[in-house]
Design a protein around this ligand. Structure first.
Ligand code: SF4
Ligand code: SF4
Length: 456
């Protein structure tokens, strides 16, 4: 089978500090969970519980209010001890509920009750997905039903692309889940496709993982007793950032030229999201836990951990045996997401969210981005001291959308017009290879997406 990739650009992203994607490990239950009532792009959910109240595992604790916000359920049984402020970035403040563990478990770890879903129509499926708080389990974490509504165009066919692409070593949690919950992922894909009104399902699979792709495809075909979907497999090259929606679109455009054209609209989701849909519809379990890749040079061990939502970063580091000798907690910086594009955690008490697929921790200190023109950029944490551009051209050679990051960066920071309208997809390749550590992607993508809620 032909492998589809970028014409040029992208990087081979390797990181020996990322955990190996061999097998996941179940985390100990956290004594305390912290549940923010806002998504990272700002939509708020309204609490429906009060301080001191006993809460059961899986109980609804906050209700989504309209587009952008989702229902939130308690990942542990316990007591709501207080409401605190959650400030993941300067100037972004939201309430968070703190629940202390107590009482018995009645959801995860118990024998599963399976509910038949094949008789349900798209509206009933969407109601369940919304009721159980399913969002896209990465990136912005938009509620799934918002994505469905946006992509539904009456009379137009729709293709659901399942991103099984692991070119970023920090996607090892995704990879583990795909292997360990293959049936849930494949059936979740069918449910998602029906709820969205899609006519076909496409598995975009890393070229190095053909076996996994074949197993997913076969399982989905077997489970599709209605025969209503068509299935395709596309092999995707292993160059970062092929897993991103934008980059995948570039790849699929190439596929279209050589193979069948994709008819109508396309929407993309990860296997983790498909598994969450399966849990919500077939098991009636809300999103209570997720797979997280935890690693970095200062940890004794690295692991893919199945952790309850709301677990604190320090709990996950303890699961990895803690920090290496001579590493003080005060000297480390944790990054939620991969080192390329992640967000620096303000404290080690920050919680794991539904979208937190990986956590990287190191001793590299933060330093501010220097931007005279845009003071808001100075609030973004950077990790390495910057030097002057040496015009080496590395950034140009890796940009998958053929931009000149050096030129755009200089125009934004020192040019007459300042703002530049570019097609930057915020992949971070240019910044990763820049020998001067210039915050190229940070400045370009943030300037471009400022105000649009982009989580780059
Ligand atoms: S990679 Fe960095 S130093 Fe090299 S041309 Fe681009 S901005 Fe300048
Ligand atoms: S300019 Fe944008 S698209 Fe190009 S490499 Fe940098 S971050 Fe990626």
């Amino acid at each position: 089978m032909k492998v589809y990739s970028f014409f040029r650009g992208g990087i081979k992203f390797e990181d020996r500090f990322a955990p190996e994607s061999v097998q996941s490990r179940l985390a100990f239950l956290p004594e305390m969970v912290v549940i923010p009532l806002a998504s990272e792009f700002g939509s708020r959910s309204i609490p429906v519980v009060s301080t001191g109240q006993h809460i059961e595992e899986g109980m609804l604790i906050a209700r989504g209010q309209g587009s952008g916000s989702a229902n939130i359920h308690s990942p542990v049984p316990g007591r709501l001890v207080k409401t605190v402020k959650w400030e993941p970035a300067p100037g972004f403040l939201a309430d968070a509920l703190v629940i202390r563990l107590e009482g018995g478990f009645n959801k995860l770890g118990k024998p599963e009750t399976r509910y038949e879903w094949t008789d349900l129509n798209w509206f009933e499926l969407r109601s369940l997905i919304s009721e159980y708080g399913v969002i896209e389990m990465e990136g912005l974490g938009r509620p799934l039903c918002d994505i469905f509504s946006k992509n539904t165009i009456a009379g137009s066919p729709l293709t659901f692309v399942v991103r099984c692409v692991f070119d970023d070593p920090w996607l090892s949690a995704e990879y583990c889940l795909c292997r360990e919950r293959l049936e849930a992922v494949s059936e979740g894909c069918l449910i998602t496709a029906r709820a969205a009104g899609a006519a076909s399902i496409m598995f975009a699979v890393s070229a190095s993982e053909r076996e996994l792709g074949r197993a997913l495809l076969e399982a989905a075909k077997q489970n599709d007793t209605s025969g209503q979907f068509t299935f395709t497999e596309v092999l995707v090259g292993s160059r970062y950032p092929q897993h991103s929606d934008y980059a995948m679109e570039i790849v699929l455009r190439r596929y279209e030229k050589g193979e069948d054209p994709i008819k109508g609209g396309v929407f993309m989701l990860s296997p983790t999201t498909a598994a969450a849909v399966y849990d919500a519809v077939a098991l009636r379990i809300p999103v209570l836990e997720r797979y997280v890749a935890v690693g970095g040079p200062v940890l004794k061990h690295r692991a893919v951990i199945k952790a309850r939502i709301g677990s604190r970063l320090r709990d996950l580091f303890a699961e990895c045996g803690g920090f290496t000798e001579k590493t003080e907690e005060s000297s480390v910086t944790a990054v939620i997401g991969s080192p390329l594009l992640g967000r620096a955690a303000v404290t080690l008490d920050e919680p794991i969210l539904k979208t937190s697929r990986s956590v990287f921790v190191s001793k590299v200190k933060r330093c501010a981005v220097a931007s005279k023109k845009y003071p808001w950029l100075n609030k973004i944490n950077k990790f390495l001291p910057v030097a002057a551009c040496i015009s080496c051209g590395e950034c140009r050679s890796v940009c998958p959308v053929k931009l000149d990051p050096e030129d755009i960066y200089k125009e934004i920071n020192y040019g007459k017009n300042g703002m530049v309208d570019s097609t930057c997809i915020g992949c971070g390749c240019c910044e990763a290879v820049c020998p001067s550590n210039l915050p190229l992607c940070t400045v370009i993508a943030r300037t471009q997406f400022k105000g649009s809620g982009c989580a780059v």
